[in-house]
Design a protein around this ligand. Structure first.
Ligand SMILES: O=C(CO)[C@@H](O)[C@H](O)[C@H](O)[C@H](O)COP(=O)(O)O
Ligand SMILES: [Zn+2]
Length: 199
């Protein structure tokens, strides 16, 4: 077959998809038990009237917002709103705290302001080593929050600091993020089914 730009691109697409499938087979499927444990923590928190705070940088900031949107709005069911806040969205807070206290404090300061005992605080970081996420988890632990993390690679410091970590132990950031988005959808699905069986 003649090598054209188009079939060269298609080969790269297939390579990405094959790696995606392998990561899901080898890393995501074996995390089912830990995902169920995360869902139980989330359901218990929300049933008791507590809230969810979630954060990350870059693509993980988008993931944090995705999770908060599906809890406040909806995943699949028309049901009551659930309290969730992405700590990545207020540009005035992010710039003021970043400018005055340092970028490492942008999430920690919001956890100090907003989190109470029993709330769930979720850190999303593919390296598990982003200082602003680590500082926020430190504050969350001091305040008696339940701490969860979605991480990658070897889990980083974040996986060691939280109550429960879901670590996608591969080196490629995009494939880790693809798995994190799936965790978010599975968790939202389970929360809706558990909390709103009649809706
Ligand atoms: O989405 C991507 C790469 O796929 C980037 O925006 C990525 O999220 C950023 O480089 C982050 O700063 C990486 O931080 P982390 O996942 O290590 O905490
Ligand atoms: Zn990305």
């Amino acid at each position: 077959m003649e090598i054209t730009e188009k079939n060269c691109m298609e080969a790269k697409i297939r390579q990405h998809l094959r790696r995606h499938i392998a990561v899901f087979e080898q890393q995501v499927l074996p995390l089912s038990g830990q995902l169920a444990a995360c869902a139980e923590r989330l359901c218990a928190c929300l049933r008791a009237g507590h809230k969810v705070l979630v954060m990350g940088n870059g693509g993980s900031a988008a993931d944090a917002q995705h999770l908060a949107a599906e809890l406040v709005g909806r995943f699949l069911k028309n049901r009551a709103a659930l309290p969730a806040i992405a700590l990545t969205t207020d540009s005035s807070i992010l710039t003021a705290v970043g400018n005055d206290f340092g970028f490492e404090q942008v999430f920690a300061r919001q956890v100090e302001a907003l989190a109470g005992a029993g709330d769930v605080v979720i850190g999303i970081s593919t390296s598990g080593n982003s200082p602003n996420v680590l500082r926020a988890i430190e504050v969350a632990r001091r305040r008696g929050c339940v701490t969860l993390a979605f991480t990658g690679r070897a889990g980083g410091e974040l996986a060691r600091q939280v109550d429960l970590a879901l670590t996608v132990a591969v080196p490629e950031t995009p494939h880790i993020q693809e798995a994190h988005l799936t965790f978010i959808h599975i968790l939202c699905d389970l929360v809706e089914q558990e909390l709103f069986p009649q809706d």
